[in-house]
Each structure stands twice: as C-alpha cells, then as structure tokens.
Ligand binder design. Structure first.
Ligand SMILES: [Zn+2]
Length: 154
C-alpha cells in the first residue's frame, strides 16, 4: 500500500475515534466534575502522544483518543485523575485522597495501566500510550460497551 494511503487511513481512523470518544468522555467529565466540585472549561480529544490525559491552561481537559479503547473503569480513572488536577496540580497525598474519594478502587486502575504498559514509569499523567495494545479492536469495543464490567475482571 502506498504510504500516503496508509496515512489517510490512519487519519480517518483517528478522526473516527475522536468523534466517538468525545461525547462519552464529556459525559463522564460532567458526571464526575459535579461530584468533585470542579468546573472544567471543556473537553478536547486528540492525539496526546505518550499521555492518556492532561489538564491544560484555562482548565481545559485533554484526553487521548485511544482512551476509548480502554476498559470503561480505566477510562473513568483517567477522567477522575485529570479532574483532580483542577484542585491539585501535583500528585500530592491530597491529590490522591481526592481521587480515592470518588474512585476507592483507583489503585487497581493505576496498577492496571502500569502492568499493561511497557513503560516502567508510573503511568498517571505521563502514561505511555504506545505501551497500551489492545488484544483486538473488537474485544476492546465489546468491553467498552459493558459499563457494569467489574474491576476484578481485569
Ligand atoms: Zn496526574
């Protein structure tokens, strides 16, 4: 396949995922923002390179489009993590207490990202997206559609 065709295909795929990830993430952000008493300015979904999420200037939240390929509880953890940064810019004990208040099982999500990742770094904001490889798209999309997925299953 000529290189340009492959590139077009990838761009199309990324756009497709961004379009689908955005409403889901925006919904989760609205839900958790109310519970965490924060007011993010907006949600952007794009290619964030090695990060799953980031909290930008003006309280904008950014999420990697690949978040939609993660199991729902993991994607929710990323949302909660970034929202907690609106209170605490750094990973202080207070920051983790805020995360824990909303997601008591957050350590498992953190571990999940860490063990599924190639990177030895602590995968929080500096998550290595290239490290996450879903077994197959079909599997992850299927997983994605069952919000009742128990944490114990992964
Ligand atoms: Zn962080």
């Amino acid at each position: 396949m000529p290189g340009s065709l492959a590139r077009d295909g990838r761009e199309h795929m990324v756009r497709w995922y961004c379009e689908r990830a955005r409403p889901w993430l925006a919904d989760k952000v609205a839900d958790f923002a109310a519970r965490m008493e924060v007011a993010p300015a907006g949600v952007r979904v794009q290619d964030l390179g090695y990060r799953w999420g980031s909290c930008g200037k003006g309280d904008l939240l950014y999420f990697h489009w690949k978040s939609i390929l993660l199991p729902a509880p993991i994607a929710e953890y990323i949302v909660v993590h970034e929202l907690a940064h609106l209170h605490e810019p750094h990973h202080t004990p207070e920051f983790w207490r805020r995360v824990e208040r909303v997601l008591p099982q957050y350590e498992r999500c953190k571990d999940w990202l860490k063990t599924r990742g190639r990177s030895r770094r602590t995968l929080t904001c500096q998550m290595d997206d290239a490290a996450y490889r879903c077994k197959s798209l079909a599997t992850s999309l299927e997983t994605r559609q069952s919000p009742s997925l128990a944490l114990g299953r992964f």
